[in-house]
Design a protein around this ligand. Structure first.
Ligand code: PRP
Length: 211
């Protein structure tokens, strides 16, 4: 039997777009469904195995070779900084990583407190511009932090902007534009080169066509 190509897919907001793209690239991944609670899907005809994982863990699976490839947001790649190859910008999951704060506050303290799910990105970003901040790590719903006086500002993902708006926050600075990336394990990239190249070529030919 031919060796399988193992691919880690992120549960949550970019799963559907990822599957749509894979289908267009000719991968028969119709069985994959987050709601089924099943986590591993073997596609024998395509010689592929997919599994669903928490987005933050995807670079870890790929670095250790538990997955040959993975799909994950650039925000998570920046935060995790794992030893993997970034192979392709998938052109899906567009959003922005920003610094935001309460709408009506004009003056902030010199030593800002920033709440975020992305402590490493936040520390680096403020360090690079020579500003001292105290970073407070949260695991979600970070928009709460300024309202509850836990922090002065937040660093978070903005997609539609609705969450900021509904919580009386406004964008102050943009840190990065984010899209989903295809990442690869460094050893697999050599050992499974034909399969990986084939998938990259098929994906590249449909990305950005806006179908
Ligand atoms: C993300 C992000 C914002 C929101 C932005 O959170 O952290 O809270 O989506 O989207 P919007 O600009 O379209 O409103 P997510 O839904 O992933 O949940 P979390 O806050 O629990 O991490």
């Amino acid at each position: 039997m031919m060796e399988l190509l193992t691919i880690a897919l992120p549960k949550g907001r970019i799963l559907k777009e990822s599957l749509d793209l894979l289908k267009k690239a000719g991968v028969d991944c119709y069985k994959i469904d987050e709601k089924s609670r099943k986590l591993i899907f073997v596609l024998e005809k395509s010689n592929m195995k997919f599994f669903l994982a928490k987005p933050l863990d995807i670079p870890t699976y790929v670095e250790y070779g538990a997955a040959d490839l993975g799909i994950v947001g650039k925000d998570i790649l920046m935060e995790e900084s794992r030893d993997v190859y970034e192979l392709l910008d998938m052109g899906i999951g567009h959003c922005r990583l920003v610094v935001a704060g309460p709408k009506h506050i004009k003056e902030y303290p010199t030593n800002l407190k920033i709440a975020t799910k992305f402590p490493r990105i936040t520390e680096n970003y403020f360090l690079e511009s020579g500003r001292q901040v105290e970073v407070i790590k949260l695991n979600g719903s970070v928009e709460l932090a300024p309202m509850l006086n836990l922090a002065d500002k937040i660093v978070d993902i903005v997609s539609t902007g609705v969450t900021l708006e509904k919580n009386n926050l406004t964008e102050h600075e943009q840190i990065a534009e984010i899209t989903a990336r295809l990442i690869g394990n460094k050893v697999s990239f050599r050992l499974k080169a034909p399969m990986i190249d084939n998938l990259i070529n098929n994906l590249s030919s449909i990305i950005g066509r806006g179908e």
